[in-house]
Design a protein around this ligand. Structure first.
Ligand code: SF4
Length: 266
């Protein structure tokens, strides 16, 4: 494992694309996808990012000069250089995604410094409130997934030693959700609620009520799950019913499918 610095983190890919989800949907961005995720969402579309078992040898870099690979563990400075190599024109907003980027808060902080003047947007599952608090002052936007405990399989302990414990029970999820929502309250942020087929609208009340209580002005995106494995797509009636339940709580809500899937881009 070629770790060049204590701030290094394992990367999966760096590429330019169009943001397909959330508040900045449609914005041309550069994506930095980090490896490692202890969660196991049943509708996860990037299971290749989960593991930190020594098999994470390479990062894919879709630079202007073409696709190439490099050792996965990257310093923030090296990542900033790759970001510049991927940008087709002027500097873009950088979306730091995963995996779970909050396994690597020191890396995210340093990347924000090396990538300046670009905006850093963070996409997180919202399971690590302490790490979120650590990076809030360097990220311009937070996109917070609100996880339905029913959509999660048992988490896996893969986190770096100093990382926070992963929520496991419904009560623990409620606690970290409340903490993360309180942290992004009043900031440039949004929440995503992934809706898969077979759910009932009222199952989402625990998520929506958390937003209403802890961050009532936060834009909420109801995102129909892209079908994967045994997880079916939801009906539009289900998505609409979830949106109506959000509206009943006076939340600002939009139903938005993953645009990058429709466009057929990464
Ligand atoms: S948190 Fe993200 S990367 Fe981790 S399992 Fe869920 S969807 Fe996949």
């Amino acid at each position: 494992m070629a770790v060049e610095s204590s701030l290094a983190a394992p990367l999966m890919e760096v590429f330019a694309s169009i943001q397909g989800e959330g508040l900045y949907v449609g914005e041309p961005q550069v994506f930095v996808r980090l490896r490692g995720c202890p969660l196991r969402c049943r509708w996860c579309d990037t299971p290749g990012s989960w593991k930190l078992d020594g098999s994470e040898r390479e990062v894919r870099i879709e630079s202007r000069a073409g696709l190439r690979r490099a050792p996965s563990w990257s310093t923030p400075f090296q990542t900033a250089c790759w970001i510049a190599e991927c940008e087709p024109g002027r500097p873009r907003t950088v979306s730091v995604t995963g995996g779970e980027p909050l396994l690597w808060p020191d890396y995210v902080r340093a990347l924000a410094s090396f990538a300046t003047p670009r905006r850093i947007h963070l996409e997180t599952a919202g399971a690590h409130p302490r790490a979120l608090a650590d990076v809030l002052d360097v990220v311009a936007h937070v996109s917070l997934d609100l996880k339905l405990p029913d959509d999660m399989d048992e988490p896996v302990e893969i986190a770096p030693a100093e990382s926070e414990p992963v929520p496991r029970t419904r009560a623990e999820w409620a606690e970290v959700r409340a903490e993360c929502l309180a942290l992004v309250r009043g900031r440039d942020a949004c929440a995503k609620v992934i809706v898969s087929g077979g759910r009932k609208p009222e199952q989402f009340d625990e998520l929506l009520e958390s937003v209403a209580e802890h961050a009532p002005a936060l834009p909420v995106f109801v995102q129909p799950a892209t079908p994967i494995g045994a997880v079916p797509a939801p009906s539009i009636e289900l998505c609409t019913a979830v949106a109506e339940r959000a509206r009943a709580l006076d939340l600002s809500v939009r139903v938005l499918p993953q645009i990058h899937r429709i466009l057929g881009i990464p």
